[in-house]
Design a protein around this ligand. Structure first.
Ligand code: NI
Length: 394
């Protein structure tokens, strides 16, 4: 049976995958700078005799495995980039690059996908269709998915379905989580700059205090969430940075803030810039201050396709057993640029449990002590291989 073969092969590959993951983990590279990671991926795929394309969206790599029989084309996406974060683990494979760390598990996604490639290569003779392995840059920053799509990764051959795994510390290692419909929010970015009039700290009446204005703006923006929108429609507005002032006894003439808005509902997303600007401009007017406001849409919400998620759920049950498949119903307000792929092609974003307190693996994503249970590497590789097999048989 194919599942037994896939599982056995994945287990055999475990030492290879652990070594690969540790190598990538020790050498993290930031978005659009994943040169060495991309070279390692390309070399691995070339050894498997895949058709390999490099330099897509700067550092992206695509490997194509053509089955012996004609059929549909399924794609998998792994992100390759690390975070600008100093690792605080003292493991032998900890980051060798100061200020850079694989704290979101993209090292594991890349490794697992290479593992799936190794397994599926062995099934090539019986494969009715093609498999594309997409290794994407810069998921953490401005996003590599969109430029990769623009450079044609979903064409030649045309991709019919796409899947992506992401390690998830909220779930125990050994569990696989699928979700029907919305799973991740649309993450947007904004900047607000308030300009008042500087003056002596003792003479407030002769100045326009940009800090007082900014405080009103910060508090009032939250009333969009609490008073302007339906409480059952998920919405988050967070100010992440605020800078202003130069001395304790000088009234600040300028405050700059940046933040993020998270939504699922497209109508809410469309309205946010206007709702925010009404508050900013009204408050500034009341105090005689000026403002600049910039709102940038980053990624769309990540919406899983029902049919593709059903395939993922069934394939996952074959790999880890039905009792270890979680069907999540609560979406996350995090963002993910895999959403751009899902706008083009039906697919599903799958969360892989990695939490294991017995091994001290308890930290959240983006934490300086983040790590993952490496037992999930063969599980994830097997899952992708099983999904490919099941989808192409359909
Ligand atoms: Ni991530």
């Amino acid at each position: 049976m194919v599942t037994n073969f896939i599982k056995q092969k994945a287990e055999e590959l475990k030492p290879v995958l652990v070594e690969l993951r540790r190598k990538i983990h020790a050498h993290p590279e930031l978005g659009f700078e994943e040169e060495k990671t991309a070279a390692l991926i390309a070399e691995t795929l070339q050894k498997l005799e895949f058709e390999v394309q490099t330099g897509i969206a700067k550092t992206g790599v695509v490997g194509l495995l053509r089955g012996e029989k004609a059929g549909k084309t399924i794609a998998f996406r792994a992100d390759m980039d690390a975070l600008a974060l100093q690792e605080e683990n003292d493991k032998p494979y900890a980051s060798l690059h100061p200020g850079k760390m694989h704290a979101c598990g993209h090292d594991a996604h890349t490794t697992s996908l290479l593992g799936a490639a190794m397994i599926l290569k062995e099934l090539q003779n019986n494969l009715p269709g093609n498999i594309k392995f997409i290794f994407q840059p810069a998921e953490e920053s401005t996003g590599g998915a969109k430029p990769m799509i623009e450079e044609g990764v979903l064409a030649n051959p045309q991709v019919d379905a796409i899947f992506a795994p992401h390690v998830w510390p909220d779930y125990p290692a050994g569990k696989i989580t699928v979700q029907y419909g919305p799973t991740m929010a649309a993450p947007d970015y904004f900047e607000i700059e308030i300009t008042g009039k500087s003056g002596h700290g003792a003479l407030p009446h002769k100045s326009i205090d940009a800090i007082i204005v900014a405080c009103q703006v910060v508090n009032s923006l939250q009333t969009i969430v609490s008073r302007k929108r339906d409480p059952l429609d998920p919405l988050v507005l967070s100010i992440g940075t605020i800078q202003g002032g130069s001395a304790f006894n000088v009234i600040a003439d300028r405050v700059k803030m940046t933040g993020t808005v998270r939504t699922f509902n497209l109508e809410t997303r469309e309205k946010m810039p206007l709702l925010m600007e009404e508050i900013i401009s009204g408050i500034c007017k009341a105090f005689g201050a000026d403002y600049k406001f910039k709102y940038e849409k980053y990624f769309p919400p990540t919406i899983n396709d029902e049919k593709m998620t059903a395939i993922a759920e069934k394939s996952a049950a074959k790999i880890v057993g039905k009792e270890n498949v979680i069907v999540e119903t609560k979406p996350s307000m995090g963002g993910e640029d895999f959403s751009f792929f899902l706008q083009e092609v039906p697919g599903s974003y799958i969360k892989i449990g990695i939490n294991n307190p017995a091994k001290g693996i308890i930290y959240p994503l983006h934490h300086p002590k983040f790590d993952l249970d490496e037992d999930v590497l063969p599980i994830t590789a097997a899952l992708m291989a099983q999904i490919a097999w099941d989808f192409l048989q359909e």
